[in-house]
Design a protein around this ligand. Structure first.
Ligand code: F0G
Length: 354
């Protein structure tokens, strides 16, 4: 088995890496592309998931963050800052810790999944909650980074997009070519921008083809679909609770240029896909991630997606990040029994006494 050395090393030729760039890594990337055998059969498609929750901090953010933090250090910065719905802050805090940098994260009060907050504090970030949403937090950190010697590591930092585009390379390598369709959740719209860039660069170099890009916002935060800023975005998928995506126009370009689309899915559709994925396929992804699978289900039903298509759904974050939503979603709770074998046997045999 060949050794995986992390994104900066493995994809050096596609990334802004030079002699002075610290070769930072937590061995991010190289995540599994898993075929969904049961749902593929049921839905009449060839369906795969790109499990980004297998990254070191449990989300796709590690791909962009390793690049952005390495470049910040290379350029002489010693402090990084970001706004976050949780995953960006976890990744920034981890890579910042690795290089001994100060990391400041600004999060919307009370809307961060527990696991993500635990990560940021464990990695030693300075966590600031604001009485506002992600969009407000992003406005603040953008303004601060313009006047202070602090590097902004949100996806408006172009190095983030560079790192994140590597996921498209991996999808092409795993399948031998680009899929017919790439389905992806959309929040601030950095990731769809990055995948589209990645597919294009790989196609230019290796002739791997281009997929239709299908992005999915949550209904209560569907600014791009509605073509208007949502002042008070709301969704169970807190990671994509964003009403004014920073990479809005790039997302529209990716969808248009690829003959794809930006669509939305309801919270009910997200939670249904969240459970289907776990119960039918043994894959646990956080709710926002499941917007991609929910979108595929919706568009297969409407006929927008064709039977027989080869589809990759990006699962952006690990299900363990948000244990509260899992426990709130599933009605069945663990059964409490006395510490005794007979009671246990009787229970699993459906109450039949031996
Ligand atoms: N899925 C998850 C799990 C996310 O954490 C995010 C974004 C997205 C999807 C959307 O990606 O913003 O590139 O369109 N999370 C950011 C954060 C906003 O702060 O962690 P996007």
């Amino acid at each position: 088995m060949s050794k995986w050395n992390g994104l900066l090393h493995e994809y050096k030729e596609f990334l802004p890496v030079n002699d002075k760039t610290p070769m930072l890594t937590l061995k991010e990337g190289n995540t599994p592309l898993i075929p969904l055998e049961n749902l593929s059969k049921e839905w009449g498609v060839e369906l795969y998931v790109k499990v980004e929750g297998a990254n070191p901090t449990g989300s796709f953010k590690d791909r962009g963050m390793v690049m952005a933090v390495a470049k910040a250090k290379e350029e002489g910065s010693d402090t990084i800052i970001c706004a976050s719905t949780g995953n960006t802050s976890a990744a920034a805090a981890a890579y910042g810790a690795r290089l001994g940098m100060r990391c400041i994260v600004v999060i919307p009060e009370g809307k961060i999944a527990l696991g993500k907050l635990a990560q940021a504090v464990m990695y030693g970030a300075e966590v600031i909650e604001i009485k506002g949403n992600f969009d407000h937090a992003l406005e603040i950190v953008r303004a601060i980074s313009e006047t202070e010697p602090i590097t902004l590591v949100n996806s408006v930092n172009p190095y983030r997009i560079e790192g994140q585009k590597t996921a498209a390379f991996e999808v092409c390598d795993a399948l031998g070519q680009a899929p017919d369709v790439l389905a992806i959740p959309v929040g601030n719209a950095g990731n769809i921008t990055a995948y589209w860039k990645g597919f294009n660069e790989y196609h230019e170099k290796k002739g791997t083809g281009l997929p239709e890009m299908r992005g999915f916002e949550a209904e209560g935060a569907a600014a791009i679909v509605r073509d208007e800023v949502i002042e008070e975005p709301e969704t169970v998928a807190t990671a994509i609770r964003i009403g004014n995506p920073a990479s809005w126009s790039q997302a529209v370009t990716a969808a248009n240029d690829s003959n794809g689309a930006i669509d939305y899915v309801t919270d009910e559709e997200i939670l249904e896909a969240y459970q289907l994925l776990a119960k039918r396929e043994g894959v646990f992804a956080e709710p926002a991630s499941c917007a991609s699978l929910a979108g595929v289900k919706k568009q297969l039903a409407s006929g927008e997606l064709k039977k027989g298509s080869k589809i990759v759904c990006v699962l952006t974050g690990n299900g363990l990040k948000d244990p509260s939503t899992a426990m709130d979603t599933v009605a069945v709770k663990p059964t409490v029994l006395p510490n005794e074998k007979d009671a246990f046997l009787s229970h699993i045999k459906g109450g039949v006494k031996l």
